[in-house]
Ligand binder design. Structure first.
Ligand SMILES: [Mg+2]
Length: 153
């Protein structure tokens, strides 16, 4: 059985190091020129793998990075995103449904959300959406994501 899903990824401390630190993908000339952010090592292969399975990939961040900035960060790694949700868009939508939730993926037709936050894990249980939580020290984090997604298929 093949199921195509819309999968979203958090940015800060999941794909982009901040408080949490991890190895990152190597950057080329253009990325240095545009000073775009570095992505966690493994992101490129993981995204290509998920795309080849027919899934859609989105970014869902509670930061105020502009959609263009996020798009460019991934585009310069030759990764095409199928959707971008930043805090501005999240706030606008969540107000309409009157829910108190830092992230609510069903609002954007997202089937599974990947995050580093324990808070999101609690929200997922409370509001009944699917989430996979990755820890800082998970060296096989891409495997954790793939296994987690397969468990939901
Ligand atoms: Mg995060």
């Amino acid at each position: 059985m093949t199921t195509k899903m819309k999968i979203s990824f958090d940015l800060d401390d999941l794909l982009i190091p901040g408080i949490k630190q991890f190895d990152t993908e190597r950057q080329g000339f253009l990325q240095k020129i545009f000073n775009t952010e570095k992505l966690r090592l493994g992101t490129i292969e993981l995204f290509k793998d998920l795309k080849s399975q027919g899934h859609q990939i989105c970014i869902y961040t509670t930061s105020f990075r502009t959609p263009f900035k996020i798009w460019l960060t991934f585009f310069l790694y030759r990764l095409n995103l199928d959707g971008i949700v930043n805090k501005t868009l999240h706030d606008k939508k969540i107000m309409n449904i009157g829910l108190s939730c830092s992230k609510y993926p069903p609002m954007f037709d997202i089937d599974i959300h990947i995050d580093d936050s324990e808070g999101v894990k609690i929200e997922a249980q409370r509001h009944n959406f699917r989430a996979i939580i990755i820890t800082e020290n998970d060296k096989n984090w891409t495997e954790t994501v793939l296994t987690g997604i397969n468990n939901y298929l």
